[in-house]
Design a protein around this ligand. Sequence first.
Ligand code: HEM
Length: 467
Amino acid sequence: METKPTEVPAVDGLPLLASLLDLRRDPLGTYERARREHGDVVRIASGPPGLRTTIHFVFSAAGAQQVLAGQSANFRKDDRFSQEMRQTFGNGLLSSLDDDHIRQRRLLSPLFTKKRVADYAAAVCDEVDALCAEWEADRDGRPDLNEDMSRLTVRMITRILFGSDAEQAAKVVRRCMPALSTYTLRRGLMPLNLPRSFPTPANRRARAAQKELHALCDRLIEQRRRSATSGDEAGTDLLTLLINAHSDEDTPLTDEELRDQVLVFLLAGADTTATSLTFTMYMLAQHQNIQDSVRDEVRSVLAGRRPTPADLDALPSVERVLKEAMRLYPAAPVLIRRAVRSTVVDGYAIPAGAYVYVSPWVTHRHPSYWPDPERFAPERFRPEEESRRPRYAWFPLGGGPRSCIGNHFAMLQMKLAVATLLQRYRFTGTVPHVPLEVGVTIRAARAVDCTLSPVGRVSADTLSRSR
Ligand code: HEM
């Protein structure tokens, strides 16, 4: 006999504003409490009657898998926030829908395979070296990881996208992108917004930033198109590859679509990687014994030379610390969908039209999958431990048809960066607690200063001991 789906329990809130104040003050804490008190599928309402929004949260690994992968056709990205994203950043891969998304994904996927992204390793290492050179020139020896990882990842993504035009592009991106994403997030969170055409200061600033970014992308696209027709040697930057992207079934990307994809890569590729790297280095600074053992592995494999993609399989503990930092600090703490039709998720009835959030932040702390969840313990990612957990107990890169297309590139960049940095420096002296700024992505809300000490060259003796 089929069991009847259970009604989704609701979190109690204030009579007038429901859970609005809790969600404003501490969204992630509110989600965690909801799971603890009500279970794996819950409803949280917020806002005054008439403007109230109710969100259905799905916290179990099995539920997240259903929403993102198994029954992804029932959960679309056409929530209020995605609509605002489309208006600000265009119809690129991150927010496009249905046939547009399928075509774009088919065209772009070949550019992001593990093999293809390996071509970017040397450029990534150049940028990490440039950061180290800056640190060495600055005798103070107390860099802010939050600021520096963010600068590094903007430089890496602009270098990959725009090759030799990266430096000028990085300046525009750093000036315009943060303001534009904050503006979009604020509009996505408000139940009502003034039209974008109203000349409010916020609208005017956002339009100016958007115009500057569009002008940059349009100019670089035009330059590449011109050099292709004049028979110049084809470039190898990602923008050139995007221009040439083709598949048998699809028409190539138009100039406007190219611009939208570039904006999406700038938006989705920099802050996410910066947060993951910041917290990896922060956690290593907090756990000296783990830092030492990862450094031993790196030094024994690399013996002082630059890492290459071929080295990475021999550095499993670098991968494990990254995965564990991404468990505790998933750059995207929630992934947002809207139910197209009523669906039973993990035994609970989710109605058509509902906003549905799955949350790497909460699932990554779920005690059913993660004993002592707040402890930083990279050994959780040993193969034998990983095989005991459900697939969606860890999903910082999403899953299913809308999973992160940049996952191989992100992991490559971060592994190369962590290996290079640990081989050169010891990281100590960070504060014990870092408050978070929570938006579409999370980031440290203030400087994450640390102390750097050079760790000297590897001696033959150390090497033979650590092998
Ligand atoms: C550690 C770094 C990264 C993290 C944690 C991350 C996380 C994610 C997540 C969770 C999603 C799924 C969003 C959803 O389901 O709503 C996603 C999608 C996406 N990511 Fe990443 N990402 C990272 C790096 C990158 C990089 C480096 C790029 C590009 C170069 C990139 C490009 C994208 C794009 C285009 C999508 C949309 C894919 C689609 O809808 O088909 N990401 N990312």
